[in-house]
Design a protein around this ligand. Structure first.
Ligand code: FES
Length: 114
């Protein structure tokens, strides 16, 4: 199904126990912004998106991880400070800007952000 012209995308968030919550996210916002606005437990985002806390850590599922490409050097440096050790598809959700291409975005949350 084409998502051309849509202003929001579907996002599927799996908590560390396997429960999935599906939300809509406005294109142009970050994953952290939409998840915290919908009170998703498990994304703390203490710094509000300034990339200085690493408490918005998520594991991005494929094919979306590949679509996003590699984190930049600044994000990569911050990923060293996640409470749960980073994995190959770890990202900071404040650095994931929602786009039409990411419709159906699926991420898993770490067991803790602290
Ligand atoms: S919200 Fe702090 S690093 Fe993402």
């Amino acid at each position: 199904m084409s998502n051309t012209g849509a202003t929001a995308i579907a996002i599927h968030i799996t908590d560390h126990q396997g429960a999935v919550t599906s939300i809509d996210g406005k294109i142009g916002k970050t994953l952290m912004e939409v998840a915290t606005a919908k009170n998703i437990n498990g994304i703390a985002a203490d710094c509000g998106g300034l990339m200085s806390c690493a408490t918005c850590h998520v594991f991005v599922q494929e094919p979306f991880a590949s679509q996003l490409g590699a984190p930049d050097a600044e994000e990569l440096a911050m990923l060293a400070f996640t409470a749960v050790p980073r994995q190959p598809h770890s990202r900071l959700s404040c650095q994931i800007t929602l786009s039409a291409e990411l419709n159906g975005l699926a991420v898993t949350l770490p067991a803790s952000q602290y």
